[in-house]
Design a protein around this ligand. Structure first.
Ligand code: SAM
Length: 218
């Protein structure tokens, strides 16, 4: 897999996957996008819960999980996260990425990457993480999560990850009233999410993108 580090519009880095001709985040601003889509439009909706169970599709650079860690500390809310990734990054790649705004974040970022796979780890009383090296199509969860971060490469690049069959797995994985957030606002994605039972909202997107989707299991 050939990966190149790029600097995005908010000065945070991302990776460019040459084979897919796709970046891991928005070129307008990686950190801004993750903050908007997964934290402000996702976790912030669930602050009424004492513990939030989070599932992420695509650990990738670990940026979403780094921001979730900040959220847990700031809100004093416990997060129990599971993140899957089929192609974990080598240390020589992730160590070139500097998303952090201070030294403490830098240390957490390295810790997230260095945690062993397939073992649930308690990083603090407010934060546990299980990283699984698993394909999305193989997940089997039932009513296990309050929120899903759906961060696959785009539907035009990896259409097999944006199908009604996959959305059914995700619907089953969510608990009642759980939400799924994704940066995509594609009409076909919205209709396919609705077809498997989600109630779907189009909401304002991150800088550079008019809309994104938030789906709810009712
Ligand atoms: C858009 S990137 C994820 C960005 C990531 N959340 C981050 O903050 O860096 C999509 C990720 O999904 C992973 N991936 C691709 N196909 C997958 C599959 N079938 N199952 C699980 N992960 C997959 C890719 O390797 C990549 O890391």
């Amino acid at each position: 897999m050939k990966l190149e580090v790029l600097t995005t519009g908010d000065q945070s880095p991302t990776l460019y996957n040459e084979e897919l001709n796709e970046t891991y985040h928005s070129r307008h601003g990686a950190r801004q996008e993750s903050e908007h889509v997964y934290i402000a439009s996702g976790l912030d909706e669930l602050v009424h819960l004492d513990t939030i169970r989070v599932f992420e599709m695509g650990f990738g650079t670990g940026l979403n999980i780094l921001l979730a860690h900040q959220f847990a500390r700031k809100q004093q809310t416990r997060l129990e996260l599971t993140s899957i990734e089929l192609f974990p990054l080598e240390k020589e790649v992730w160590s070139q990425l500097d998303f952090s705004i201070n030294q403490e974040e830098k240390e957490v970022f390295s810790q997230l990457h260095e945690l062993p796979w397939e073992q649930n780890q308690e990083l603090s009383p407010l934060f546990s993480l299980l990283k699984r090296k698993t394909a999305l199509a193989d997940i089997e969860y039932a009513n296990a999560f309050d929120i899903l971060f759906f961060d696959a490469f785009g539907p035009d690049k990896q259409p097999h990850l944006w199908t009604p069959e996959i959305f059914t797995l995700l619907y089953n994985a969510l608990d009642q009233n759980g939400i799924m957030v994704t940066y995509s606002a594609k009409g076909q994605v919205r209709r396919d999410l609705q077809s498997v039972g989600f109630e779907v909202e189009r909401i304002p997107g991150p800088p550079g993108k008019r809309e994104m989707l938030r789906a709810r299991k009712i």
